[in-house]
Every structure is written in structure tokens, then in C-alpha cells.
Write a protein that binds this ligand. Sequence first.
Ligand code: 4NP
Length: 168
Amino acid sequence: AVREGLSMPEEANSARVLFVCLGNICRSPTAQGVFESLAKQAGMANVQADSCGTGDWHVGSAPDSRTTDAAAARGYAIAHLRARQLQSDDFDRFDYILAMDKANLHDVQTMSPRDCRSHVGLFMDFARDRSPAEVPDPYYGGNKGFDQVLNLVEAASAGLILTLKARR
Ligand code: 4NP
């Protein structure tokens, strides 16, 4: 039985996924772009993705140029995205709310309503390989950190797609 009151997507393989990091200019826009691209390649026309930050410092900004450059080098175009902050109605609008690290997850859980029906958890929990538990914040590090974000986000996106495909 479908849980009352929740407008779960009806169609096969459909899901609404929100990726959350701190600033919404590095990790979560990368996750959105990679997941959208891999889902499309996998023939999943019914997934909707978005991203946001727990913080408000970068609201309205495009992704960090180091992030867009690293993503573009692998064929992901994300420069059109604009940062926004997590808001309370996101818990009604998304089936999955996936945090990049444990601090992000804690902040998301603090905002989560008591009767939250979204799956709220760590994005890296969906990776099938021996990936670390978190996508580390690359903002204050060197260029290698941005490539590592892509490696981790690709692994977790592939795993999330397998999960969504197996769901029904
Ligand atoms: P993100 O990276 O959370 O992956 O977007 C950060 C971007 C900006 C800041 C921290 C992390 N900041 O402190 O401004």
C-alpha cells in the first residue's frame, strides 16, 4: 500500500533526488550534473535532480570555477546551475535527500520534520565499491580534491541508479 498523503512518483524508475552540501558550489552541483547525465545514459527519463547547500553564503552563485572545469573535463556541463539554500519544503518535494558528508547530514536532519517521508542519508552509502563514507569538501584544497569529488560522485551515482532501477 502506498503511504497516505505522500505523492510518490507512479512511474517505473522515477525519483526526485536532492543533493546537499555546505555551499552548493562544489560537491552537490557536481553530484546533480553527474547523476543527471548517468541517469539519462541509463535510459531513466523519470528522474529529477536538484542540489542545494545548508549554508547561504553562495546563494545565487554559479559553481566554483575549479568545479566546473573539473566536471567539464569529464563531459559534465554544470556551469548553468545556481546555488540555493536547503528549505523546509524540500522535505515534501524530494524522495531522496542525500548529503555529501556527515556534518551536512546532521544539518539536514536538524531541519527535517518529525513526519519526514523522504529518505535522508549519506550519498556515498549508495556506492557499490569500497568508497569512503563521505565526499570531502574540496573548497580549501588543491585541484586533486575536485577530481576526487568526481570519482566519488560517479561511484555513488552509479550505485544510486542501480538502487532506483531495482526498486520495482
Ligand atoms: P561545497 O564546498 O560545500 O562542496 O559547495 C564549499 C564551498 C564553499 C564553502 C565551503 C564549502 N565556503 O565556506 O564558502
